[in-house]
Structure formats: structure tokens, C-alpha cells
Design a protein around this ligand. Structure first.
Ligand code: QV4
Ligand code: CA
Length: 497
């Protein structure tokens, strides 16, 4: 299913990485609903390993112990309460489903798991599901280490262990049933779909069998017969035999080329310039529009995991980050996902971040801190809350206002100054050159005075930002200094004064 089931003409998803369920519920009610966010991608809600060394890394949640619904983000009743409250304000919940594997081989035996369930890695025994030895792919995998050794061999990528994680035998009806039972429990609780982890490592036929077992969405909140939205994590940068195209008919797929290229453009690396983005989207060799889930950065590549490398723009480089996210949200290609992060002690030595493992802000006992909201609406205690940055929130709203309108009225200076509109509903101008932009452009917008939603915003009948005067022919004068705090300007139908 390619449709995110989003309500009220909203368009964007935010990933509240490692947030607690109680905080997500509050955020839906106090911020996401009122500001037009369509949904939240949550961290994996199932039982996961708990690690001491390193201490409580974020990635322990990608090592399942079973499908009980207690995790670092909270217990089952907190999860249920959050899903209910978010749905009640029209904000969808998408769960991160880790179904390719369980924990890693060297995980020992005991109750070091988020619900306290006993398991044994040496015996390959996970009684809370239950999965036993015969539910894993070890006999199918042909590498000496039983791990994935070579990504140019599709068989081992699917049947061997990803970084030593026990690989589930999804060809077995029993394993498919257990995985589908878990996902169906979440669907019945009210989730609108899934981000499916590590899809490159699962056969499309096996995934199709799992998806085919899924219930339709809960009719308390969704029309009868609505199917769960599926986003499949497949990293395809064009250099491996496994391609995203194998997964497109099953659901949407993460377009990893998008953030890697957009980061390079705004950083002006590899000779990239904004002008080259005139045919952004399929023109750049990305997958068909209707299949793509797009993002500037994700929880992996913002810290050097996954794909994209140093070109990826993140909150650490906030000025170009806001421009890149603004560009993504203004452009019609794909379903858009905004990242919302926590800060960690980034410490790069020889291009490798020594602290890339560090988990979310937490108390001494390892429990995750809740997210305090400051008087200026930003977040405290190490939570970055990019989705609350005014420029980003306002561009989420921009995307809703221009939804369905074509990419139009392109202008460029053949360098790093570009502008484009969305029919007669919105217009955006970027200056990523090292000199001033000073130009009169055809915006396609009805005449009137508009409030820029980047340098400030419309408040009541007033405007805290630059004002843009569009004349009766749709023309407007723009002046953007290269030293402006945010060298871009955006106006839309609802920002007219
Ligand atoms: C280490 C060595 C391995 C060795 C292993 C066992 O690096 O070579 O085989 O020990 O001795 C963590 C550690 C990793 C460690 C592994 C097993 O970081 O160094 O291996 O545990 O102990 C996240 C993290 C991983 C983490 C994993 C499990 O990113 O670092 O591994 O969780 O805790 C590919 C995939 C793609 C994947 C991407 C990161 O195609 O699917 O790599 N992305 C998703 C998630 C990602 C998650 C996983 C998949 C796994 O987005 O967050 O990995 O669920 O491109
Ligand atoms: Ca596999």
C-alpha cells in the first residue's frame, strides 16, 4: 500500500526518534495536530535487548527479543494510550517493524531485555514468541562466517546474518504468522502503517506473504477496508544487485539517493549547484514519484551509519539543513519525512564518530528522559526537535497549503540562486550563492502582500517577517542577502496579509 492514509489534507510524517510514548501523545495534542503534521514514525515498539556495553546504545532497539510491547519508549498501555490520543487529533502512527532478525549471536542468555523476558542466544531460543533454532536461516546461508560478507551476492544479503544478527526464516509459514500477528496487534491498536526495517535483507516474496496477512486498519479512525501504509527500508544507491525496484509494487521505498544528492547540492560539493535541481525527482534517476519516501537525513545517516556519508545534511549544520528541508517540503516529489533527533557527544576521529552509539537523553538508570518544552517552544534536555524549528514547521504547513499544485515558474541564475512555485498557492526563493540575490520574479500568485514564513510568520493580522508584495501580474521583488540568518524566502496562500 503506497498511500499513507493521512487525514485532513496533511502531507508530512515526522520521525520522533527514541521518544517515549507519553511524550509523543502530548506532542500530537499540543503541537503536531495544530501544526498540520500528518503522522509520526515511532521507534520499534517491541521487546528488545538491553545492553551494558556500550551503555544502552540507541541501536539496541534494532535487536528484537520478542514481540511483547514494552520497550525503552514505554509499556503497552502507554503505547495504546498514545496511539489513541494521536489518532483522536488526526495524527497517524507508523511503527518501525524489525522483522528480518532478532538479537546478535553473541548476546548471551538471561533476562536482559526490555520486558524482562528470558532468552538464550547460544541456544537460539526466544520463548516469548516462541522462536527456536529451526526458525532461523543458518542452514540456508552459505558464507563461512554465516554473516553477510559480500553485498554483490543477493542470496547472502537475504539469507545470512546482517552484522551478526540472527536471521529469521521468513519462508516458513510459522515465522510469517508470528511476524504478522505482531504487526496485526499494532494495526488493531490503531497504527496506520509501518516502516519495515532492513527490507533489502528479506525476499520480496516473503514480504508479500507477510503483508498479505495484515488486517485492514482500525475502523474507529480509518475508512472500512483501508490498508496499512508500507515504507520499506532499502538502501539503493545504484551500485548493488538488489534494487529498490524489486520492492516497489509492495509499498513505498526509502529513496536514499535523495538526501545524499540534496546534501551535496547545498554543501556545493562535487561541483553540484542548485541550478542542476531544475529537474529534481525522477529526472535525477530517483524511483517513480508514487513510490518514494523522501528525507534529508535519517537516524542512521545523521551519525554515519547506513548510507550517504558526510554529504548528508543534519541539524549539526543548521543553516544548510533548514534550506535542504525547506527545499524538500516545497518540492512535489515523494511522501516527505522530517527527522527529529536527540543531541549526542559527536566526536569524529578519522571520519568515524566514536560516539555514534550513544542513546537518547537518559537518567542514570538508563531510562529515557521525557521531552521538556521551553517557553520559546523549543525542546530541552538534549532533544533537538527539528520539527519545532519555525522554518521547518512553517514549511510543513506550506506543503499542506500547496498540496496537489504543480511545480511551476522555475527561475535560476545558473548558479545557486533558484526559485519555484506550486501553481498559484505558494512560491519559494533560495540564495545559496556568496552574494546578494536581488531580482523580480513571476510568482504565479494572486496580487497582494504576503508574509515570509521563513524569517518570521504571519501572526494575527500582523507579520513578524519580511513582507513580499505581489503585483496584479503575479510579479514580486525579492532581495536575499547571502548573510541573512536563513537565505531563503517562502510565501503561500495562507500567509497573505
Ligand atoms: C559488529 C561488527 C560486525 C560483526 C558484529 C558481530 O560491526 O561486523 O558482525 O559486531 O560480531 C550493532 C553495531 C555493529 C555490531 C552489531 C552486532 O553497531 O557494529 O556489529 O550491532 O553487534 C542498527 C545500527 C547497527 C547495529 C544494529 C543492531 O545501525 O550499527 O549494529 O542496529 O543493533 C545496512 C542495511 C540497513 C541498515 C543499515 C544500518 O542494509 O538495513 O545497514 N539499516 C537498518 C536500521 C538500522 C539498524 C538495522 C537496519 C538493523 O535503520 O538502524 O542497524 O536492524 O545498510
Ligand atoms: Ca534475512
Amino acid at each position: 500500500q503506497h498511500d499513507p492514509n493521512i487525514k485532513h489534507n496533511r502531507t508530512s510524517i515526522v520521525h520522533l526518534f527514541e521518544w517515549r510514548w507519553a511524550d509523543i501523545a502530548a506532542e500530537c495534542e499540543r503541537f503536531l495536530g495544530p501544526n498540520g503534521f500528518g503522522g509520526v514514525q515511532i521507534s520499534p515498539p517491541n521487546e528488545h535487548i538491553v545492553l551494558d556495553s556500550p551503555w544502552r546504545p540507541w541501536w539496541q532497539r534494532y535487536q528484537p527479543i520478542g514481540y511483547n510491547l514494552c520497550s525503552r519508549s514505554g509499556n503497552e498501555s502507554e503505547l495504546r494510550d498514545m496511539i489513541t490520543r494521536c489518532n483522536n487529533v488526526g495524527v497517524n502512527i507508523y511503527a518501525d517493524a524489525v522483522i528480518n532478525h532478532m538479537c546478535r549471536t553473541g548476546s548471551g542468555e538471561g533476562n536482559h531485555s526490555s520486558c524482562g523476558s528470558w532468552f538464550s542466544a547460544p541456544k537460539k531460543d526466544f520463548p516469548s514468541v516462541p522462536f527456536t533454532q529451526s526458525d532461523f536461516n543458518d542452514d540456508k546461508c552459505t558464507t563461512a562466517s554465516v554473516k553477510i560478507e559480500n553485498y554483490s551476492d543477493a542470496n547472502q544479503v537475504r539469507d545470512c546474518r546482517l552484522v551478526g544478527l540472527f536471521d529469521l526464516a521468513l519462508e516458513k509459514e510459522y515465522v510469517r504468522d508470528k511476524v504478522a500477528d505482531y504487526m496485526n496487534k499494532l494495526i488493531d491498536m490503531g497504527v496506520a502503517g509501518f516502516r519495515v526495517d532492513a527490507c533489502k535483507h528479506m525476499w520480496p516474496g516473503d514480504l508479500s506473504a507477510v503483508y498479505g496477512r495484515l488486517h485492514s486498519l482500525n475502523t474507529d479512525w480509518f475508512p472500512v477496508g483501508s490498508r496499512p501504509f508500507i515504507v520499506q527500508e532499502v538502501i539503493d544507491l545504484g551500485v548493488e544487485p538488489i534494487t529498490s525496484s524489486e520492492y516497489l509494487q509492495l509499498g513505498r521505498v526509502t529513496e536514499f539517493k535523495y538526501g545524499a544528492k540534496l546534501g551535496a547540492i547545498f554543501r556545493k560539493w562535487n561541483g553540484e549547484k542548485l541550478v542542476y535541481s531544475k529537474n529534481w525527482g525522477e529526472g535525477w534517476g530517483f524511483m517513480p514519484n508514487g513510490n518514494a519516501l523522501v528525507f534529508v537525513d535519517n537516524h542512521d545517516n545523521q551519525r554515519g551509519h547506513g548510507a550517504g556519508g558526510a554529504a548528508i545534511a543534519t541539524f549539526w549544520d543548521s543553516r544548510i539543513y533548514k534550506m535542504a528541508v525547506g527545499y524538500m517540503l516545497a518540492h512535489p516529489y515523494g511522501v516527505t519525512r522530517v527527522m527529529s533527533s536527540f543531541r549526542w557527544n559527536r566526536h569524529v576521529v578519522d571520519r568515524k564518530d566514536q560516539n555514534d552509539w550513544q542513546g537518547p537523553p537518559s537518567h542514570d538508570d538508563g531510562s529515557t528522559k521525557s521531552v521538556p518544552i521551553n517557553a520559546d517552544h523549543t525542546c530541552g534536555d538534549g532533544w533537538v526537535c527539528e520539527h519545532r524549528w519555525r522554518q521547518i514547521t512553517n514549511m510543513v504547513i506550506f506543503r499542506n497549503v500547496v498540496n496537489g499544485q504543480p511545480h511551476s515558474n522555475w527561475w535560476d541564475n545558473q548558479g545557486n540562486q533558484v526559485a519555484f512555485g506550486r501553481g498559484n498557492r505558494g512560491f519559494i526563493v533560495f540564495n545559496n550563492d556568496d552574494w546578494e540575490l536581488d531580482v523580480t520574479l513571476n510568482t504565479g500568485m494572486p496580487g497582494g502582500t504576503y508574509c515570509d514564513v521563513i524569517s518570521g510568520q504571519k501572526e494575527g493580522s500582523g507579520c513578524t517577517a519580511k513582507q513580499i508584495h505581489v503585483d496584479g501580474d503575479g510579479r514580486a521583488h525579492f532581495k536575499i542577502s547571502n548573510s541573512d540568518e536563513d537565505p531563503f524566502v517562502a510565501i503561500h496562500a495562507d500567509s497573505m496579509l
